[in-house]
Each structure stands twice: as C-alpha cells, then as structure tokens.
Design a protein around this ligand. Sequence first.
Ligand code: 13P
Length: 263
Amino acid sequence: MTEAPRPLGRRPLVAGNWKMNGLRKDLAEADKICAATAAGEAGDAEIVLCLPATLLAAAAASCEAAGVGLGGQHCHGAPAGPFTGDISAEMLKDAGATYVILGHSERRAGHNEGNASVREKSRAAFRAGLVAIVCVGETRAQREAGDAMAIVGSQLTGSIPGEATPETLVVAYEPVWAIGTGLTPTLKDIADMHRFIRERVEADIPGVGGSIRILYGGSVKPGNAADILSTPNVDGALVGGASLTAKDFMGVAGVFQDRRLAS
Ligand code: 13P
C-alpha cells in the first residue's frame, strides 16, 4: 500500500493508556513493549506508555533506554499545594513522564472535568514541559442526535489553550461509546471527524491545525488497527485495553513496521 506523504512533524504516535490497571509485576509487559520498540517493531512510530502514577518512576529507566515515552493520565493545574490526592504536572515530569493525558472522558464524566479545567491543566502541562494529549469525543446520544461535531468542536475550543503548538499538544478523538465496547465508528466517520478537528484547531490557532497530531482512540485492536491508522488525518492511536499486553499493543503499533517494510 502506498501511503500519502505525512507532513513534516506529524510523526505517527501510538500511546497506551493503562488507566487504573497495573501493579509492579505488570512492568514486565512494559519492558516487553520497550524491547519490541527498540528492536524496530513499531517502525518509525513514536511509542508512549501512559501508566498509573505509581509505576512511572519504576518504568522510567527502561522506557528512556528504549526511546519509549512515558505519560501520566491526568494532573492538577497547580504546581504544588494543599490538594490531597492530586498530582501535579511537575510531579509527573519529576517521575520521568514527558506526556500527560488530559480530559479523558472517564475523567470528564467521573471527576467533573469541564473544558475550562482541561485548558487549565493543559497550561500546567506546558509549564512543566509535558506534552498534553487532550481528549475529546461525543456520547452515543450526542452522535445519534447529530451533535457529534458541535460537541467535539466546543470541547476543542474550550479545552485547548491558544498558545498550544504541535510540539506541546496532541489531540485524541475518543468517541465515548467506542471506549471499551468493541464498537468503532465507520472509517468514513473517523475521517470526517478528524478532518473537522484539524480544521477547527486551525481556525482556533492559525498555523497549528495542519501539523498537530490527531489520534483516534476507542476499541483499537490488532485486527482493526491497519484500517484505522490508514485513515486520512489519523496520526496514530490512543489504545486502552489492547495496551495492557505487549502482544496486543505491538499488534497495533506493528502496523507502522509493516508500512516501513512495505515501502
Ligand atoms: P479502549 O481501547 O479500551 O477502548 O480504551 C480507549 C481509551 O479510552 C484510551 O484512552
């Protein structure tokens, strides 16, 4: 298959989101992902593991040696202070992270995170030198009502700070109804939404929309990764369940090795 040339700066990115899964013994899977990445099994894709905060420091050395990025899964807006149970962007950075997921639908829904809060946290990420992976996506009811783009558009405009750059921000489109369900939008729906996201970011932050990386997330598995990752304006994937084992995660990221071998 011949791929359209990818604009400079949009290096493919496959990020794993372990969510609230993983004990120290599970770092064996992270180590396997590191070894496979170092062996070239992800081709030229960038690989990032967003682990529970308790595992970041323990995973930092092997990830760094393998060229695998580490990420947190949320952060507070302040650098430090009386916020029991919270974690700052600076703490994530100190533990070895270079990325942080912000505004995941599980936090928007379960922790009342609104767009303004996600924007504040994105600024905290920039302040600490982390790349923010800002998640957006509609619910099933919103899609069925024909509101998917309006919802995603307002999430983008409300959540992304105007000073974001392609170096500091990644957008992840994760339809809520596709997360953990085995359901995915059609490839046309993914293409339409990713084009819409690129245009909206360009309208909001001129000069940035064309080079920002837009990931698709929601039931990405080895069996559907090749199709999803070939869709226009899909620059990579944010992978939940399939990131918990090296076999499945490399089954997704391996799409990029296959492309390199084919070219
Ligand atoms: P699943 O891949 O398990 O559907 O999760 C997607 C997700 O929420 C990643 O952030």
